[in-house]
Structures are given as structure tokens and as C-alpha cells.
Design a protein around this ligand. Structure first.
Ligand code: PMV
Length: 351
């Protein structure tokens, strides 16, 4: 229990609707491994995307008994409705009114399902924002900053990485001596004054190599880190990488950034290959993309690089700059062949 987020409320009867949105995010330093209560084993850092979002409309009716109906892109989804019902029950101590009414939730994503773009992050981000908006009707006295922090706290309890989706730009989660105010309980915006301008206008183009369901859920992935032969080494590595990244972000050393971000992505996949049971999350198209991208970078020196989530799709990263036009043309002409159905999602982070 986290006392700072406990709340009392004034009971009122009302029905109301709120509409909120939250973007997805892509981690540069990966969160992989957690302890009880959704506490991360290491600090992580992500870019919050701009265009890939979840939009959520929530109708609450306190004259009705507690129930949740969740519609995904207009279709009632019983699995998600059940999941959200369980989630609401789990956070009652932080929002004591939450079980006192019925919810009809309409939600849709601006990006394709199963695309390797974390809809759980944007989904729980938007849901937590809706809840904090409803909280105002129950006499909440929180300032906008405190309400945002609590939304990040609540989103984390739904899906860990979701807590980072509440803030734009670069966002950190996990207590670290390297960042003042950082916490295991909620995300902290990474100060943009400590970020060189080369990192403040970045493209993330997601190449959809495989569009099916993930072969392993992230909760299974996190749990595999408990008995993992490299678990402790990995947590120490991520902490050290965060310290290195801090100075890279400040100095603007793009080559060091590229090396570190790709190493983090490959470490995540190597950890899954080395777990029991093992998982191979890449498809042949993932490997072909990486090899082609590396050859292109070697030939041209253009700063195109990649990161990966726990799946086969490739997030192609590159800064806006003199070579971005050439990079875009290369992606469209040379990398689309590795996609399953020609899928490419273009996003850009400017802050
Ligand atoms: O938030 P979860 O439990 O879905 O885990 C996310 C894990 C990664 O996306 C692989 C890494 C990260 O930090 O986002």
C-alpha cells in the first residue's frame, strides 16, 4: 500500500462521461523483470510517441451496480471487460469510489493491433487519465501535477510501462541515483534541458514484420527473469546503461546513442533466447532488416538504427536532419520487402 496515493471521497450520485487519450511509448533502456507490486528490477527510459495513441471514452453511472463493459473499436470485448473489472478492484484503495457504479468504455487505437506498438501502455495511460478525471467529481483536491503523477502510478498497476506514457518526450521509470525525483512507483519526465537537441526531433518508423499475436506475453517474459542465469547481470547492466545514456543525452553523441540503444534491444532478445523455456521473438524478416540496415549505415554513414520490443517488429529510429530524406527513401525502397503485409507505421517525437 502506498499511503501517498490513498484517498477519501465525498459520495455523490451522478452519471458522467469523460474522454481522454494517451500515446504509446518505445523503450530505449528496457524494463524487463519485476518484483511483486509491479516494481521494476531496473530503471527504464522511453520516448513517448506522438501519433500512436489510444482514445478512450468512459461513461460512468453511479446509479448502477459495479460492472465494466469495454468496447474495442466499437465491438464489445468480454476478455478486456473482465481484465479491467479486475484492475478496478485492485486499485480500490487508491480510488475508494471506483466500485460504486457502472462503466461503459469505448476505446480505439490510432495504430494497428498487434503491431509491436504497445497498446497496453497507451490503453492503461488513457484509462488512468479517465479515472483521474472522474476523481474530480468526488471532491479530489489534487493539483494537476499531483493528479498526473497519480495517473502514472495507477497506469503502472495496469501495465508497468504504461506509467511512462503519461508524459511527453523522454520519460524515466524506476528509482535511480542518476535522476532526481525518480521512483519505482510512477514515471518521471526526463528533463529536456539535459537532452541535446539532436535527440529532440526523432522519427520512429515501425516496420511490421509480423502482425499476429505475440508468442509470449510480457508478464510471462518478466517472470522468466526470476530464475534467469543472467538476471542479476542484466539488472546491473541496465543501471549502468542508464548512467551512460545520461551523459550521451547531454553531449549529443549520436554514435554512442546508436550503439547503446541497439545493444539494449539485442540484450532483451538475448535474454529471451537464454530463458527456460527459451523464446525466439525475431522472425527471419527481423534479422534481414537488421543486416540490411547495418550494411546501409556502413555504406552511407547515415544515422539509421533500430530498437525492438518483445516481438518481431522493428522500430526504425533516426533523427530529423540532413540525411532524414535519404533514410526515408531507403526504408520505403529497401526494407518494405521484409514486412508481412507492407505495414509501416510512421511516428515522430518532437519536444
Ligand atoms: O509494461 P509491460 O509489462 O508490457 O512490459 C514492457 C516490456 C518492454 O516493452 C519489452 C520494455 C519496456 O520497457 O517497455
Amino acid at each position: 500500500m502506498h499511503n501517498q496515493f490513498l484517498a477519501s471521497f465525498e459520495a455523490q450520485v451522478f452519471s458522467t462521461t469523460t474522454e481522454q487519450s494517451a500515446p504509446s511509448n518505445i523503450a530505449l533502456i528496457k524494463y524487463w523483470g519485476k518484483f511483486a507490486g509491479q516494481i521494476p528490477a531496473n530503471p527504464s527510459l522511453s520516448y513517448t510517441l506522438s501519433l500512436c495513441k489510444t482514445l478512450t471514452q468512459m461513461a460512468f453511472d453511479s446509479t448502477q451496480p459495479f460492472s465494466v463493459k469495454l468496447y474495442l473499436s466499437g465491438e464489445l470485448n468480454l476478455g478486456f471487460s473482465q481484465k479491467i473489472e479486475t484492475y478496478f478492484k485492485s486499485i480500490e484503495m487508491y480510488l475508494p469510489w471506483i466500485l460504486m457504479g457502472s462503466y461503459e468504455i469505448q476505446t480505439h487505437n490510432t495504430f494497428p493491433h498487434s503491431s509491436g506498438i504497445a497498446s497496453s501502455a497507451s490503453g492503461f495511460g488513457a484509462l488512468a487519465q479517465c479515472l483521474m478525471d472522474l476523481d474530480k467529481n468526488f471532491g479530489s483536491k489534487l493539483s494537476p501535477e499531483e493528479a498526473l503523477k497519480k495517473a502514472s502510478f495507477l497506469a503502472r498497476l495496469g501495465s508497468g510501462s504504461a506509467c511512462r506514457s503519461l508524459y511527453p518526450g523522454l520519460v524515466e521509470w524506476g528509482r535511480s541515483e542518476e535522476l532526481e525525483g525518480s521512483s519505482d512507483l510512477y514515471a518521471t519526465p526526463y528533463p529536456s534541458s539535459d537532452v541535446h537537441e539532436v535527440f529532440r526531433d526523432f522519427h520512429d518508423w515501425v516496420l511490421l514484420i509480423h502482425e499476429g499475436e505475440k508468442s509470449v506475453s510480457s508478464s510471462v517474459g518478466h517472470s522468466l527473469m526470476h530464475e534467469h542465469p543472467y538476471g542479476e547481470t542484466r539488472f546491473a547492466q541496465a543501471k549502468a546503461n542508464f548512467a551512460s545514456l545520461k551523459s550521451i543525452l547531454k553531449s549529443g553523441d549520436l554514435q554512442a546513442f546508436i550503439a547503446l540503444v541497439e545493444h539494449e534491444a539485442l540484450s532483451l532478445h538475448a535474454l529471451m533466447m537464454m530463458s527456460s523455456p527459451p523464446y525466439l521473438l525475431m522472425q527471419s524478416g527481423t534479422l534481414e532488416t537488421i543486416n540490411r540496415l547495418w550494411a546501409y549505415r556502413k555504406e552511407t554513414g547515415h544515422p539509421l538504427f533500430f530498437t525492438l520490443d518483445a516481438g518481431a517488429n522493428v522500430h526504425l529510429l533516426f533523427p530529423q536532419g540532413p540525411s532524414s530524406e535519404a533514410i526515408m527513401q531507403f526504408i520505403e525502397s529497401d526494407l518494405m520487402a521484409f514486412t508481412q503485409n507492407g505495414g509501416l507505421v510512421k511516428d515522430r517525437m518532437v519536444f
